[in-house]
Design a protein around this ligand. Structure first.
Ligand code: HEM
Length: 126
C-alpha cells in the first residue's frame, strides 16, 4: 500500500497541473473557476490558437472576458470542460502574471517582431 492510495480524492485540478499543458499541442485554460482542455479547439478558434496560449498557465478569465465573447462562445466552452479549478498560482514561467491585456499582447507580438527584424537584417546583408 502506498501513501498515494490513502490520500483523499483531491477535488479539481491545481494550477501546478494546468501549467503543464501550455503549448499549442496541449492547452488547458482556467476560466471562471473551471479547467478546460481546449487543445482540439486551437485550430478552430476564430481569434486564433496563438492568442489562447497567452491565457495559459494562469487564470484566463480576464482575457476571456476582455474579448467580450458571445453566448455561443460560452456554450462552446462546455464542450471542453475538464474539471473544477482547485486553485493555486502558476510559477509565472509560462505567462506573465496578469499585468493586463497589454502585457499578453506584447508577449504575442514580441516574437513576431524579433523574426521580422532578423528577416530585415538578412535582407540588408544579402
Ligand atoms: C477557451 C475557450 C474559448 C472559446 C470557446 C472561444 C471561442 C471564441 C468564439 C466562438 C469566437 C467568435 C466570436 C464570438 O462568438 O464571441 C472567439 C473570438 C475571439 N476570441 Fe475566443 N475563445 C476562447 C478563448 C479565448 C481566449 C483565452 C482569448 C484571448 C486570450 C480569446 C480571444 C479571442 C479574440 C481576440 C476573438 C476575436 C476574433 C475576431 O473577431 O477577429 N479567446 N472566441
Amino acid at each position: 500500500m502506498t501513501a498515494e492510495e490513502t490520500k483523499p480524492e483531491v477535488k479539481g485540478i491545481k494550477m501546478e497541473e494546468v501549467e503543464k499543458h501550455s503549448s499549442v499541442d496541449d492547452l488547458w485554460l482556467v476560466i471562471d473557476g473551471k479547467v478546460y482542455d481546449v487543445t482540439p479547439f486551437m485550430d478552430d478558434h476564430p481569434g486564433g490558437g496563438e492568442i489562447m496560449l497567452s491565457a495559459a498557465g494562469k487564470d484566463g478569465t480576464q482575457d476571456f472576458e476582455d474579448v467580450g465573447h458571445s453566448p455561443h462562445a460560452r456554450e462552446l466552452l462546455k464542450k471542453y470542460y475538464l474539471d473544477e479549478f482547485a486553485g493555486g498560482v502558476g510559477s509565472g514561467k509560462i505567462a506573465t502574471k496578469s499585468g493586463g491585456g497589454g502585457m499578453s499582447l506584447l508577449a504575442v507580438l514580441l516574437p513576431i517582431l524579433v523574426v521580422a527584424l532578423a528577416f530585415a537584417a538578412k535582407m540588408l546583408t544579402a
